[in-house]
Design a protein around this ligand. Structure first.
Ligand SMILES: [Zn+2]
Ligand SMILES: [Zn+2]
Length: 138
């Protein structure tokens, strides 16, 4: 296993350390990711087990119903507003971080584009990546 993934919000109030490898890395062009990123997509790394995540600081949480119909909870910093992580009611073990919250965002290697159907022409992503209209099956 490689080094832990460390990161947090812009002001440093929220920090995480994840001792695992991501199981899914995606650029998501859904409307919600556009709203919260302020641009054409969000970039995420998803880890399989909450127990591999050491989280410090108190995020503000906001629940919303995703396109899938399940509740997803956004964790963001109440001071600097940076989006840091996401959790999912239907998959309580899973922990997803915003790729740019990493101390070293170059470690993010997107595998796929999700919700490409919602993407805009001005948000040009790597043409080599497989694109899914919504989420990949499974
Ligand atoms: Zn902060
Ligand atoms: Zn999305």
């Amino acid at each position: 296993m490689s080094d832990a993934y460390n990161g947090g919000c812009a002001c440093g109030a929220i920090r995480y350390e994840i001792s695992a490898e991501p199981i899914f890395s995606n650029d998501c062009q859904c409307r919600d990711c556009q709203r919260k990123s302020g641009t054409g997509h969000g970039s995420y790394m998803t880890f399989p087990k909450r127990q591999d995540v050491k989280l410090t600081g108190d995020a503000t949480h906001w629940d919303m119903v995703g396109d899938s119909g399940n509740v997803k909870t956004r964790g963001f910093c109440p001071t600097c507003g940076s989006p840091v992580y996401l959790t999912f009611s239907a998959m309580p073990d899973v922990f997803t971080i915003h790729a740019a919250s990493l101390d070293d965002p170059s470690r993010y290697k997107p595998q796929v584009v999700t919700y490409h159907v919602r993407g805009y022409a001005w948000d040009h992503l790597d043409p080599a990546l497989p694109k899914f209209e919504k989420m990949p099956p499974g």
